[in-house]
Design a protein around this ligand. Structure first.
Ligand code: SAM
Length: 413
């Protein structure tokens, strides 16, 4: 797809053509003609003469080998007389149309069968766990959340719409056939238009439907605006402070996700671009609800999963305040969950864990910590949101989402 850039440096297409026209592959002139026409067709510039040599001493190993340098790398070919197969490699750091090259090669050499492979040569090495896009066959985004363990999430991409490096992270916006637009941060899927509702509704509504009065809310992270949009659906909410360290996330969300970022137009929303950890230093007894909608616990987000931070949250909450935080997958992140839950229990008298179903997150499920000073999500359910209005959250979901499978109970309780 023209214009797509998955941190790529060059494209290698290897085209295997089986049982070609024997006369064509035995003709130096025809191979020369092929190279000239191919270069013109895919818009690459030949550099110097084509080298076409037959190294074979006898018919078993004989056949032409061809090399053509191009200004953006090279094209090579091996034509095996014994099998009448041809093996063509086109490597270019300039974008070219692979389908055209394959179709033309088929037309020219008239093979009975063809197999082609495409390899994207990388611009940068993979940054271990912080950048989880690993191997990129063309137009597929692979999120690695443990490729060493044999698992990954693959999403077909139409086009990369934007990629911006902020002082904090690398933000990518893609369009996809299955999930609409999608945002990544350092190669990790943050949200898609297809299923963001399941995450943003569930990080926001359960707490508001427990605490009788919620007027002042703090969201740490959440720069896409999704959690703020949900919280601001309640008239009783008078002020939402959103503290995302990275203004770039907000800017890109406003540009590419208008439905998600509509909250930024609401006068009740105040934006702070600071580290949420430090932001809380100057806040005491202010908030009814604090939500942490952060990236995973690495880099500057790591502190947001630790006891020192939970103590600050506790202080910043009113006496009956509630704290909800993004707390990973019970299948894939039991260690992160159990450490955070232990720390939360050291700080808050009431601690529950609940989950929502989001197909584009690792394992299709993501959980939240529900830490509270006074109200229990199980016994103090105080419905404000009518059934049938939202897309995911309703009364039954409120009751069901805190019910955990045995293995998860063992991690949490
Ligand atoms: N729903 C998403 C997920 O779990 O995949 C999270 C989305 S939201 C875009 C995450 C935001 O957290 C990012 O915009 C990032 O800048 C912000 N963030 C991470 N650490 C932060 C910190 N210490 N203080 C403030 N914002 C932070």
């Amino acid at each position: 797809m023209a214009g797509v850039d998955f941190r790529e440096w060059g494209l290698l297409a290897s085209i295997d053509l089986f049982k070609c026209n024997p006369q064509t592959i035995r003709s130096k002139e025809k191979i020369q003609e092929y190279v000239i026409k191919l270069c013109d067709l895919i818009g690459v510039k030949r550099f110097g003469e084509t080298t076409i040599v037959d190294f074979g001493q006898d018919e078993k190993v004989s056949g032409f080998s061809m090399v053509q340098l191009i200004e953006t790398s090279l094209i090579s070919g091996h034509f095996a007389n014994a099998s009448n197969n041809s093996y063509i490699d086109i490597f270019s750091c300039k974008e070219y149309d692979i389908d055209k090259a394959v179709d033309f090669s088929k037309q020219f050499f008239e093979p009975e069968n063809t197999i082609s492979h495409v390899v994207v040569r990388k611009l940068e090495p993979v940054k271990g766990e912080t950048s989880r896009i690993l191997e990129n066959p063309r137009n597929w985004l692979f999120e690695n959340f443990g490729m060493d363990k044999g698992r990954s999430l693959a999403i077909k991409v139409n086009e990369m719409l934007a990629e911006e490096k902020s002082p904090f992270q690398r933000i990518g916006i893609f369009s996809t056939p299955a999930f609409g637009k999608l945002m990544t941060i350092d190669g990790i899927v943050q949200l898609t238009e297809f299923d963001e509702f399941a995450y943003h509704e569930m990080i926001s509504h359960p707490a508001i439907n427990v605490k009788p009065s919620v007027e002042k809310v703090l969201i740490i992270g959440g720069g896409d605006g999704g959690a703020a949009r949900e919280v601001l659906k309640y008239e009783q909410v008078k002020q939402v402070d959103l503290c995302d360290i990275d203004a770039k996330v907000i800017e890109l969300s406003k540009k590419y996700f208008p439905k998600l970022s509509c909250a930024f137009k609401d006068k009740r929303l105040k934006v702070f671009n600071e580290d949420g950890f430090k932001f809380l230093d100057s806040r005491t007894g202010e908030y009814d609800l604090i939500i942490v909608d952060s990236t995973d616990p690495t880099g500057f987000a790591e502190n947001l999963f630790k006891e020192g931070f939970f103590k600050k949250v506790f202080n910043a909450l009113k006496d009956d305040g509630i704290f909800v935080n993004q707390l990973e997958s019970m299948y894939y992140n039991p260690d992160i969950i159990s450490k955070s839950v232990k720390a939360l229990k050291n700080v808050f008298p009431i601690l529950n864990y609940y989950y929502t179903l989001v197909p584009t997150y690792p394992s299709g499920i993501i959980g939240f910590g529900f830490a509270s000073k006074k109200y229990s999500p199980l016994t103090d359910y105080n419905p404000k949101q009518a059934n049938g209005v939202l897309k995911y959250y309703n009364e039954e979901i409120h009751k069901a989402c805190f019910v955990l499978p045995e293995f998860a109970k063992k991690i949490i309780y």
